[in-house]
Write a protein that binds this ligand. Sequence first.
Ligand SMILES: *Cc1c(COP(=O)(O)O)cnc(C)c1O
Length: 220
Amino acid sequence: MPIKDNLHNIKSSLPENVTLVAVSKTKPVADLMEAYEAGQRIFGENKIQEMTDKWEQMPKDIEWHMIGHVQTNKVKYMAPFVSLVHGVDSLKLLKEINKQAKKNERVINCLLQMHIAEEETKFGMDEQELHTLLNSDEFKQLDNIKVAGLMGMATFTDNQEQVKKEFTQLKTIFDTYANKPLTDNCQLSTLSMGMSGDYTLAIACGSTMVRIGSSIFGSR
Ligand SMILES: *Cc1c(COP(=O)(O)O)cnc(C)c1O
């Protein structure tokens, strides 16, 4: 099916409070433009260089989300324009984002990535690390970032019960902190979970932001 039809089908199936990030990694600008023409304004990429190239070529009313693992030495390239960084999992990275945001005289929104999957390879923090980070004095001093929520990826498996358990676990952690003003730079309102294969389940478990690639743009 054409990209615009995929997009419309998915959009019409999403509840009103759920935001769609169209994950366009590895896809050419022409494909992204097709989604843009169909009304999509939020795109997710997992490589900073690729996202920057696309940002340069595309209309400027697009919100660019970095959904991949971020290397501290590359933060400076996206700092002028990125709207949301999903995969933040250390104070060190937050400090670098804060520093580069300050240079660009802006505030960069971030989500903290939680480790919920069984696989050891997936990045993210556990609950204790989250607690420590949010309560540290160093964190409270970061004026050029805003932590707007949490992000997580479930185990890649056909076992729906397993995936449901992991999403529910993330939602429980989210609810512990959500919608309470913790510090000036932190108010959790976004829960980013769900991809092409599991977004319906993620929404049922409380997701407010889904990151969908292959179901819109085709397989990679
Ligand atoms: C690639 C990717 C997605 C989208 O995956 P699809 O299965 O193509 O929908 C979502 N989130 C992250 C972090 C990704 O890297």
